[in-house]
Write a protein that binds this ligand. Structure first.
Ligand code: FES
Ligand code: FE2
Length: 396
């Protein structure tokens, strides 16, 4: 986050702080139909547009430093493997054999020297080229050149790895991230170390889970005994950058601490910075650790949530540092996200079965939920390849 953006954002936070409220995002209340969280047609449309036509953040690059190191997809619907080739570049492939589609890499391999299919033993180089066919007399006319692994575009930027889920697509990350690319460069995420990653299925629609992050209205109530202690006097401002959102939340004693020069120079001294990278990532920057939350739909009412925590090693040194880190992880992952935010989202989802609410009503400070929804609907209108009509339009 460049210094002039930090200064502008801090000024905006101070202005909100004087008013004692979050930045207003709507000029009137809005309603979101709840069938967007339950209708299988909606998910079908999202899968062929939102989850097909945009780059996707997949994780921290520190897993992929050595030749042969690799990163496997957590999401069975998009089974990729990303590997550091011997030559140096990252390569991403669909993790499936070109013979009859078996999974090539199971995740048990410590590192990869080649891809060897467990089913009938075909082998591929780390560049994806078909190298060996067992019992080759079975395939007399096979054009090996046409049987390379299916490659996905992959890019490393600012210590993070992004793929495009469509083979051959253009992954222009500068264009996709816009000015948020500068933000990420500035935060020097490549200096972070990995702490832990969890993968959990939540019984709620993927959008409901992300939307729990997109407003501060709930913080004093749902997080009364946890986050609201840190954000008690806090206010939130946001920026929309393309389909992405940057949220900045002032922490307690914000205005007092703004009197100190250091706070004016580094926004993380007084605020936490959040990014919703469209479509499925929610990224949280604290001064000493970072949370990468990714959401992958399994069904309209089921989502795979992964949470990877990264940390600044110099802030958590020695045994005491590791204990503090463990405590931080438990607090953030187990208490705030899982037992507070996502437990509410699961309750909301369960309540949709008998349909008490036909819509969810958004107040003026909840406008980012409407904006996120709007971006999804724009993506569906622009890219939907399923040929189905919009479930929202049917009102069913
Ligand atoms: S499916 Fe891979 S070798 Fe047959
Ligand atoms: Fe929350």
């Amino acid at each position: 986050m460049r210094h002039h953006i930090q200064r502008q954002t801090l000024d905006a936070l101070l202005a909100q702080h004087r008013q004692g409220r979050d930045q207003v995002m709507l000029d009137r209340i809005e309603h979101i139909p709840v069938n967007l969280y339950t209708h299988p047609d909606v998910l079908r449309q999202e899968m062929t547009s939102v989850f097909r036509c945009y780059p996707m953040l997949v994780g921290h690059a520190s897993r992929l430093q050595e030749p042969g190191s690799y990163l496997l997809s957590d999401w069975a619907k998009l089974p990729y493997v990303i590997v550091r080739d011997q030559e140096g570049p990252l390569r991403a492939f669909l993790n499936l054999c070109r013979h009859r589609g078996a999974r090539l890499v199971s995740g048990r391999e410590p590192c990869l020297k080649a891809f060897i299919c467990p089913f009938h033993g075909w082998s591929y180089g780390l560049d994806g080229r078909l190298k060996g066919i067992t019992k080759p007399y079975n395939f007399p006319d096979l054009d090996r050149g046409a049987f390379s692994l299916i490659e996905l575009p992959v890019v490393e930027r600012a210590g993070l790895v992004w793929i495009h889920p469509t083979p051959g697509a253009d992954i222009d990350l500068d264009r996709y991230l816009g000015s948020l690319g500068d933000d990420l460069d500035h935060f020097k995420l490549d200096d972070l170390a990995r702490y832990r990653k969890t993968r959990v299925i939540k019984q709620a629609n993927w959008k409901l889970l992300i939307k729990t992050y997109l407003e501060g209205y709930h913080v004093p109530y749902l997080h009364r005994d946890t986050l609201s202690q840190a954000f008690r006097q806090g206010v939130i401002v946001h920026d929309e950058v393309g389909p992405h959102i940057r949220l900045v939340a002032a922490r307690s004693q914000f205005s007092e601490r703004m009197k100190c020069e250091r706070a004016k120079r580094d926004i993380l001294e007084v605020a936490s910075v959040y990014y919703a990278f469209f479509p499925h990532a929610f990224f949280i920057m604290h001064p000493d650790y970072v949370s990468i939350n990714l959401f992958y739909p399994e069904a309209p009412d089921r989502t795979l949530w992964t949470h990877e925590m990264l940390y600044r090693p110099e802030r958590f040194e020695g045994g005491a540092g590791q204990k503090a880190l463990e405590k931080r992880f438990r607090y953030t992952n187990d208490t705030v996200f899982d037992e507070e935010d996502f437990a509410v989202a699961e309750g909301v989802q369960a309540g949709l079965v008998y349909g008490g609410n036909t819509v969810h009503t958004l107040g003026l400070e909840e406008g980012l939920l409407a904006m996120f929804q709007q971006n999804i609907e724009t993506a569906i209108r622009t890219h939907d390849l399923s040929g189905g009509g919009a479930a929202r339009a049917s009102g069913s």
